[in-house]
Design a protein around this ligand. Sequence first.
Ligand SMILES: C[S@@+](CC[C@H](N)C(=O)[O-])C[C@H]1O[C@@H](n2cnc3c(N)ncnc32)[C@H](O)[C@@H]1O
Length: 223
Amino acid sequence: MLRNKPAFLLLFALVFLQSFAACQIGLEEPGEWSTNRRQPPDKVMAAVGVEPGMVIGEVGAGRGRFTVLLAAKVGPTGKIYAEDIDRGSLDHLRERCAKSGLKNVEVIAGEVSDPLFPKASLDMVFMVLTYHHLSEPVALLKNLIPSLKPGATVIVIDPDPEKDRGNPSSEYTSKEKMEREAGEAGFELVRIETFLEKDSIFILRPKGTLDLEGTDTEALDHR
Ligand SMILES: C[S@@+](CC[C@H](N)C(=O)[O-])C[C@H]1O[C@@H](n2cnc3c(N)ncnc32)[C@H](O)[C@@H]1O
């Protein structure tokens, strides 16, 4: 270990500088570093097709860890509707966006089974580490449908029981649960991205809709 001390110190300095730089520009708060490394935001957003100009709803935005990164990615021509049922977290998120100069985030105090997103407005919905907390997941998913534009997707990122075996059973979402509840709510599971260390990325779309290339979602592969 001591033989590698210079390399270790260099690595430590790089990690520290990266984390410090992110904090400095207001996009990562202390305590978010390890979750952001576990779910590398750029890779996640690239995998599901987040693009500048998109309008995205985030259910369970919390204190805004992922919200601010989405807002930076969609840029000034895009918009994030950041929703949660916890008023304290939303107060923090409002302040955080103001301090970071993010003007494209609108905060919504939602209801347990309805995020109250505006109708026919969203290109995508995100739920990060939130789905397993929902007490009425099927009702909430159903209530998303009127807010989606044609071709919109719902992205659910939650711990995978196969990868995160130490986790209590209530704190993950299995493929079977996602597929069943999505089906009951009128969605289909069109893809699962499995590259994250602990989490699955589920990509849902309302049943019978077409994707952007006009391919019927039923024809897409399940991985
Ligand atoms: C573990 S936190 C995740 C926060 C954030 N997405 C992140 O990844 O840092 C889960 C969040 O889900 C919210 N939540 C729980 N039930 C909800 C519901 N029915 N509707 C909206 N948000 C909910 C909680 O208030 C909490 O902020």
